[in-house]
Write a protein that binds this ligand. Structure first.
Ligand SMILES: [Zn+2]
Length: 422
């Protein structure tokens, strides 16, 4: 099994009306292969067959007879079932309850022998010949920050396999394509680095920061939660209420009091933001990073479009204060386009809107569960590393980068290095 880093890119398909039935038929027959294999392999709870070649020897000819699938798809169905049986056996060994795997959810596994993955379409093998399905994509100029633009359209990543899925509610098909990057190499310390840094360029480390209008004010890729956005909002609301009362009173003295509490509140909030900026810089220095990475401000404004003018001011001011304060340190500040950073799994790269539910993140692909803001902070750092790997020079002057994480570093491939080894 090769351990090249992989990414999964989901792509919606435009399937011609008259070929949709062929895909459904493929699914039915594929699941038949998987279920027949599962029945065959799961003998007793203490005796199951977990050898793919044994299963293929026993079942392949029969399943070719029973279905109209190509050899490759029959083989994929058998293997899929054996993998599930194997996982079940592992669970039993750990004393967990499980039972014979049953395949009923809509899914077909393809690889390059049963499918072709082209610039704007895929072809998929079915019992009635290949189906050509166009990709449903955003306009070219908006693609750069999508997983499609970053991985599928990149020369560094090659499509190796895919899962065809069907959404009953939307009546749509989609292809979840797995891409591998063969150029990644492992250096002597065991850390993985991108393939383009063989010129000996220094490896920089960055801290990703996610800013929020609820919960923690700022969350770092090292798992530090800085300040409470809820508290800041609460203080602002208190001030607004007092101000409204005074305005209602309408007297000259009320007007003077209004002015004085107004300037007191702006002093207080500026002071609070200074302290949070100091907290962030202290965290960056503790983590021994070279740079602090924010989402770019235009996007912060978009993300908090529902937030008040005050919140917009507070976030812009906070970033400005950090930028100002790092001038007297070795640190630099830079920004990334944060599109999809809240939907992307920082563990496996799978990007989907269903991954996130408010502050809870649960990857629909690998099951990774984590605080959603912490996940986003890691993705902000990952994206910055991606920019650098694509040839941009960082403000720190280095050509490759890693991101700082709790008690260690995680590089752009998602490989984790504990601090004591780094
Ligand atoms: Zn995941």
């Amino acid at each position: 099994m090769d351990d090249a880093p992989r990414r999964t890119v989901p792509i919606k398909l435009d399937v011609p009306e008259e070929r949709r039935g062929d895909l459904h038929q493929t699914k039915t027959q594929f699941l038949h292969c998987a279920n027949r294999t599962s029945e065959w392999a799961w003998r007793y709870d203490d005796y199951c067959v977990t050898s793919k070649s044994k299963a293929e020897n026993a079942l392949y000819d029969e399943l070719r007879e029973e279905t109209d699938l190509t050899a490759n798809l029959v083989q994929k169905g058998i293997r899929r079932a054996i993998e599930a049986v194997d996982a079940g056996v592992e669970k039993l060994k750990d004393g967990e309850k499980t039972s014979q795997p049953d395949f009923d959810s809509w899914s077909v596994v393809y690889d390059k022998r049963s499918a072709s993955f082209n610039d704007d379409h895929a072809t998929l093998s079915t019992p009635n010949g290949r189906v050509t399905a166009e990709y449903v994509l955003p306009p070219k100029e908006e693609r750069e920050e999508t997983p499609f633009g970053r991985y599928y359209e990149s020369d560094d990543w090659n499509a190796s396999s895919a899962t065809l899925q069907y959404d009953e509610q939307d009546d749509t098909f989609s292809l979840h394509i797995t891409l591998k990057n063969p150029d990644y190499t492992v250096d002597a310390s065991g850390r993985q680095k991108a393939g383009h840094d063989d010129d000996g360029a220094e490896n920089g480390v960055v801290l990703g920061v996610d800013l929020n209008v609820t919960g923690a004010f700022a969350v770092t890729s090292t798992g530090e939660f800085i300040g409470s956005a809820d508290y800041l909002t609460h203080k602002r609301n208190q001030y607004e209420q007092r101000r409204a009362k005074l305005q209602q009173a309408g007297t000259r003295s009320a007007h003077l009091t209004m002015q004085s509490i107004g300037s007191r509140f702006s002093d207080w909030s500026l002071d609070w933001l200074h302290n949070r900026a100091n907290d962030l810089i202290a965290e960056a220095q503790d983590a021994d990073v070279d740079g602090i990475i924010f989402e770019n401000l235009d996007h912060i404004r978009e993300n908090i479009a529902n937030g008040s003018k005050f919140q917009q001011w507070a976030y812009a001011k906070f970033v400005e204060l950090v930028e100002y304060k790092v001038e007297s340190t070795e640190l630099f500040v830079d920004t990334v386009n944060p599109a999809y950073t809240s939907q992307r799994c920082s563990h496996c790269g799978f990007t989907h809107e269903d991954n996130r539910d408010d502050k809870a993140f649960e990857c629909q692909s690998c099951g990774y569960e984590v605080n959603a803001d912490y996940n986003a902070a890691k993705n902000i750092a990952v994206r910055y590393c991606g920019y650098i790997h694509r040839g941009q020079t960082s403000r720190g002057g280095w050509a490759t980068s890693q991101l700082a994480l709790k008690s260690g570093t995680l590089n752009v491939n998602g490989e984790y290095t504990p601090a004591q080894l780094g």
